[in-house]
Design a protein around this ligand. Structure first.
Ligand code: ADP
Ligand code: MG
Length: 246
C-alpha cells in the first residue's frame, strides 16, 4: 500500500562521490530541471505518489544526470521508482514511435533475483508508462520467444528479467544487449552474491555499449557485494538512506 513508503522527513540520507547532483524536494522539480515528460509526472500523481522518498529525491537526479549509482535504502522506501522514473525519462521516446537515433535493440534492462520481484517491478513500470506506447516486457519463456524476432525486439524499450532467463536467451543467440544504455540491478546484494554472479558476469560482458549507465539498488550491501559493485560501476555516487529512530 501507499502508506508503506516513509516520508522523507523521517529519513537520513548520506552521499559519497564526485559532483553529487542536487536532490529534488518534489517530483514537479524534475520538469523544470530535466524537462522530463509531463505524462510521467502526471502518472506519478495519479497513482498517489505525491512526495518523493529519500532515495527517490537523491537517486532520480543522479540517474538523470547519467551517473552510475549504488543506492542502499531500506525495504519499503520506494527504490523501484528511483530507477524507473529516470530510466523511462531518459529513454525519451518509445522505440516503436522513434524516427531515428535510438539505435536498434533494447535500451534498458532491469534485473531482479526472482520472478515475483520482476513482476512487481513490471507492474510499477506499467503505471508510469501509461498514456505512451512504451513496450515494457516482463521476460519469460513466452516473451523471450516472441523477442527472438528482431523486428519485435527492436521495438522493446525495457526488459525486466531474472538473470537466468536473460542468460538463456543470450546463450541461444536470441537476444543482444549491445544497445543497452541503462542496466539496473535490484536487490543487488543477492544479484552480486555467488548464486547469481556467473550469470551476472555473462550479462555485463554482453552489455557492450560504451555509454551504458549502471546502477545497483539494495536494502543492504555486504562488503563482498559492494566490492563487486564498485568494480562494475564507473565513477559511482553512493547514496545511503537510514531511517531516523523516533
Ligand atoms: P523498496 O524497493 O525500497 O522495498 P518499493 O519500491 O517496493 O520499495 O516501494 C514500497 C511501497 O511504497 C510501494 O507500495 C510503492 O508503491 C510505495 N511508494 C513508492 N514511492 C512512493 C512515494 N513517493 N509516495 C508514496 N508511496 C510510494
Ligand atoms: Mg524493491
Amino acid at each position: 500500500g501507499l502508506e508503506e513508503a516513509p516520508a522523507i522527513a523521517k529519513q537520513r540520507v548520506t552521499t559519497r562521490g564526485t559532483n553529487v547532483p542536487v536532490h529534488i524536494n518534489t517530483f514537479l522539480e524534475l520538469k523544470d530541471r530535466y524537462q522530463i515528460p509531463t505524462h510521467i509526472i502526471s502518472n506519478l500523481s495519479q497513482h498517489g505518489y505525491t512526495q518523493p522518498t529519500g532515495i527517490q529525491s537523491y537517486g532520480i537526479p543522479i540517474l538523470l544526470e547519467s551517473r552510475d549509482l549504488a543506492a542502499i535504502s531500506p525495504t519499503g522506501t520506494g527504490k523501484t521508482l528511483s530507477y524507473l522514473v529516470p530510466v523511462l525519462a531518459s529513454l525519451g521516446t518509445p522505440a516503436s514511435s522513434a524516427k531515428s537515433d535510438t539505435g536498434s535493440g533494447v535500451r534498458a534492462i532491469v534485473i531482479a533475483p526472482t520472478r515475483e520481484l520482476a513482476h512487481q517491478i513490471y507492474n510499477e513500470c506499467l503505471k508510469l508508462a501509461q498514456g505512451r506506447k512504451w513496450r515494457v516486457v516482463l521476460f519469460s519463456k513466452a516473451t523471450a520467444s516472441t523477442l527472438a524476432d528482431k523486428s519485435v525486439r527492436d521495438k522493446v524499450d525495457i526488459i525486466i528479467s531474472t538473470p537466468l532467463r536473460l542468460v538463456t536467451s543470450l546463450q541461444s543467440g536470441k537476444l543482444e544487449l549491445g544497445n543497452v544504455r541503462h542496466l539496473i540491478l535490484d536487490e543487488a546484494d543477492r544479484m552480486l552474491d555467488v548464486e547469481f554472479l556467473p550469470q551476472m558476469e555473462e550479462i555485463f560482458a554482453s552489455c557492450t555499449h560504451p555509454q551504458i549507465q549502471k546502477a545497483v539498488f539494495s536494502a543492504t550491501l555486504p562488503a563482498g557485494a559492494e566490492k563487486i559493485a564498485m568494480g562494475i560501476l564507473h565513477d559511482p555516487i553512493r547514496v545511503v538512506v537510514g531511517l531516523k529512530d523516533t
